[in-house]
Design a protein around this ligand. Structure first.
Ligand code: G3P
Length: 217
């Protein structure tokens, strides 16, 4: 499973990148707002830090304008994936931009039918939003499972990018189902390392080690 980091905070990306945990980065207008940075400037900086795909989202609502914005964002670096919303216009933009050789991430996906359309339009990535489905009392994992089944039924190459990951359980379940990629906030990725039994075990090892009176260094 590839790990994308869902943030525009460059210091947090750098920390995970140094550990080899970053296969790509995803941003969106809300994350750009949170960073307080200029979209072109911060996207360029991120694209220089990581070698994998860096998603940068268009903000236009018509296909022609999305295409123009997408072309501009794609000029930032060779590893930009243009992010377009899953609307009819977004699908048109996806088709054109993938035809021009750009990676396209179709975002705000909340149904298997939407994911099917994105694959037909040639999307590189489809981003089903797990947490936002959970927010309205639906199970976001059911959607990941349905998309996996449909894409495998027909051999679609569009990668399932599990997004809106809020918990470590989301990450684990998406991996078990076979999502190709997950994008998660840095805090969720770091929390995946935690287990109370690890902490308890370490504490007892440290106590016993102290009793030996030995040193390694
Ligand atoms: O990648 C999309 C993701 O950022 C949305 O997450 O937590 O705002 O639903 P969230």
């Amino acid at each position: 499973m590839k790990f994308f980091v869902d943030t525009a905070e460059t210091d947090q990306i750098a920390e995970l990148n140094d550990l080899g945990m970053v296969d790509g980065v995803t941003t969106n207008p809300s994350l750009i707002l949170k960073s307080g940075r200029d979209i072109l400037e911060v996207t360029r900086e991120i694209a220089e830090m990581v070698s994998g795909p860096v998603s940068a989202e268009v903000v236009a609502l018509t296909a022609d304008e999305m295409i123009a914005e997408g072309r501009k964002l794609a000029q930032i670096a060779g590893n930009i994936a243009v992010k377009v919303p899953l609307t009819w216009d977004g699908l048109k933009a996806c088709k054109v931009l993938t035809g021009e050789g750009y990676m396209v991430n179709v975002t705000l996906c909340f149904s298997a039918n939407q994911a099917l359309l994105a694959a037909k339009a040639g999307a590189t990535f489809i981003s089903p939003f797990i947490g936002r489905l959970d927010d309205i009392n639906l199970d976001g994992m059911d959607l990941i499972e349905d998309i996996r089944t449909i894409y495998d039924n027909y051999g679609f190459e569009t990668q399932i990018l599990a997004a809106s990951i809020r918990t470590v359980n989301h990450a684990c379940q998406a991996a078990l189902i076979g999502a190709d990629v997950m994008t998660a906030p840095p805090a969720v990725i770091k929390k995946m390392a935690e287990h109370p039994l690890t902490n308890a075990g370490l504490e007892s090892f440290m106590a016993d080690w102290a009793k030996t009176g030995q040193k390694i260094l």
